[in-house]
Design a protein. Sequence first.
Length: 691
Amino acid sequence: MTNALLDYANQQSGSDLPPFDQISPAQAEPAIRQILQENRAAIDALTAEPGNMDWESLIRPLEELDDRLHRAFSPVGHLNAVTNTAEWRAAYNACLPLISEYSSDLGQHAALHACYLAVSQRDDFELLEPAQRKVITNALRDFHLSGIDLPPEQQARYKTIQQRLSELSTRFEENLLDATDAWTKHFNSAESLAGLPATALAMAEQKAASKDDYKDRGGWLIGLDFPSYHAVMTYAQDRSLREELYTAFCTRASDQGPHAGQWDNREVMEEILALRHEAAQLLGFNNYAERSLATKMARQTDEVVNFLRDLAQRSKPKAQSELDELRAFARELDGLDDLQAWDTGYYAEKLRQQRYAISDEELRPYFPAPQAIQGLFEVASRLFGVNFEPVEEIATWHKDVTAYAVLDAGGESIGYFYLDPYAREAKRSGAWMDDCLGRRLRMNGQQLPIAFLTCNFNPPVGRKPALLTHDELVTLFHEFGHGLHHLLTRVDCADVAGINGVAWDAVELPSQFLENWCWEKSALDQFAHHHETGEAMPDDLYQRLNNTRHFHAALMMVRQIELSLFDFLLHRDYNPSDGARIEETLSQVRAEVSVITPPAFNRFANSFGHIFAGGYAAGYYSYKWAEVLSADAFSAFEEEGVFNAETGARFRDCILSQGGSAEAMELFTRFRGREPSIEPLLRHSGLLHAA
């Protein structure tokens, strides 16, 4: 029997786009097992005599082996996230421990470590390209962080911990997905959803029609997917409905709420934190926060905590003022004296509409998804001199997915990406970019980068196109910023090309940077046209939109600081004798930096996938850290012109094309001519003169 995953992994010529129409869950584990077995044998043979190793004899063949494995496993991981059927979940879970064990074994492979060390000690090491030297120094750092220096018994324990952490992260994500999909509410009358805009009602009606249990009954169906949740929390006039939905959403995978205890992540979180702490101490760190910073721009834990607390001090007084104003508004509008967590989104939207005479629904017609995507491409083209072209007749995993080629100024392909824009059942929530393949110089020529761009926007309803909110437009630009970082790299060393090797607290720089063009009239004029009339967004509507940019900026700032500080202190202050202290730590942080206290039943941490199932453990602060960089980078365009071609070329050359080939601070300084300043972030957030 043929195995499409194995064939794709072994492919040496032809298209590098995966054959998604031929890949099945049954192929995953056999392909991964065979590749791992062959890779192990090849590495043992390669490292048998480390003495005369150099770049060509060691790194080049290792890149080939790594790439072969990545080609096979990347589609498996991606399909598990976007088509999370029982079959794909089982296939992914069968492969994950195999990959984890292999990764741990390589990190503790003494002969392989000796080979890297030998290359670093060669007389001609300094003659290598900077990116090549960075690959070697990063690898030696990562060997240490994998336990290469530990005695055998501790090495074995470290390996066991890493494998278990991999399993626990997957279980956390599965619990959250199951809890999210389990809750729905059906309505026979649209009056029960009074206040919801027509787009949200149409989506709820379409959702009911798509379900076997309701398609004959009709009606409207809402769930805990973010488009449904956001619509109800922002617009539903029925306060009890908002409370019901809020309760279900913020108690997912916990001991509270409508499915209390059914998919509770509490024990998973406790074990994850305990194992991270133990692993960090095995490596000689005091805690996991210190271990996290070993691969980041920030140097000390105090530097991170002080950065966050300084931002909180600047933001909290204004955030309190914003909340007081919202409470007064709710009291004046509806006589509401006890503003609760399920009320803030609703009254914030009412206040925004009153103050700026604008709503998401007034803006949606100007952001039909196909038009917004083309506008995004036009912005990137003007800034960075690249173009985008659909790739026809390419296999994908869903009818809504489109593949694109990235073309340089001469029309030559320099990369590819898939765009999967809409929410659907059995698709992981949120928005993200991931790499399908990375750029590298193969033995038989250049390999181009390929990216996955995934969002969860409202899907089209009937014959109307999907209409995005402005927030969703920002999300689209954000994820595409990550994509450009991966796709516009000019580095040929796989380990530091694109997003690879980039310090985690700098990886959000390109994504947050690109968001700024969602607020620029010269950018919006290119694509923000009414989907029915073709009319460009009127000047007065744009001005009203722009006026909202600082609306509740301080409340949003302290919310992000709350999450960042909670994550960091949770990992820095962990004490095995006290246990995880998750709710206690969150309460402590809220008392310090927040102005809104959620109800006692709130179990937000149980769904905090960024830190328990993603790559942001003791690193969620990276969003704020990188926002300093992105705001300062954009200020160069404010000074020189938001579509200034020379500035765009400089950003591409200094940041996007360099990947992880140099330290993030060095690259930023090359672009800006100095180290970053916090002032542009404070100015963009309306906080420059805050206390």
